[in-house]
Ligand binder design. Sequence first.
Ligand SMILES: [Zn+2]
Length: 243
Amino acid sequence: MTYAITSASNDCSVGAGWFHDLCGPDVRNWDDLFDTDHARSGASLCQNRGQPPMNHHWTPLVIAPPEWVDDVVRWDADYSTDEAGMRLAIELALQNVQRRTGGPFGAAIVEQGSGRLVSVGVNSVVRLNNSVLHAEMMAIMLAQQRVGSYTLHESERDHVLVTSCDPCAMCLGGALWSGVRRVVTGADRADASALSFDEGPVFPESYTYLESRGVRVTRGVLRSEAAAVLELYRKQGGPIYNA
Ligand SMILES: [Zn+2]
């Protein structure tokens, strides 16, 4: 059984891909999806539930920053201070706005102590038509790809997520599961809300919970500089994609 989601073509009628397992001719309706065989196999709900078997053509899901990132990021620089990491996150956010490649948010994953830069992310929701591609999520995914693990927690060094704005509910949860041990933020939630960006269900207790799980949070680093990028985006008339 293959769980890859990047198969170029999986033919449900004859193929052996994972989609075949979910869409096979024995799946006819909602009840079938909860049939014990499927429940035991751990099969999730099929997007084509109730439909007859058909051909499915898959294309790879490519998640990458815009090409200009290579011209902006100095990978060999020392990002061991919160301010250094934040300046990078803000610069990424600024470039993303000026080059019109996404929303006014940038992020980076840095090794605690050594200050080694592991990954960067910029908001790519509109550019890649993907609602989860906030800067923090991109940085987390690319960092885990680079270290070759689903968690950054088991690395020799702790990792820090530096983000130009307080994370939304998704990214705060993503930070928890990512294995980073610190989160450093720039602009305040209120700064983003002023542009009508909705951060979702994030509460003071959310931060308390992260702290209780061993994820320290430092907020408001270079806040005014980070908030200035949000204001620039507003002046440019950038789209508010989650309002
Ligand atoms: Zn987010």
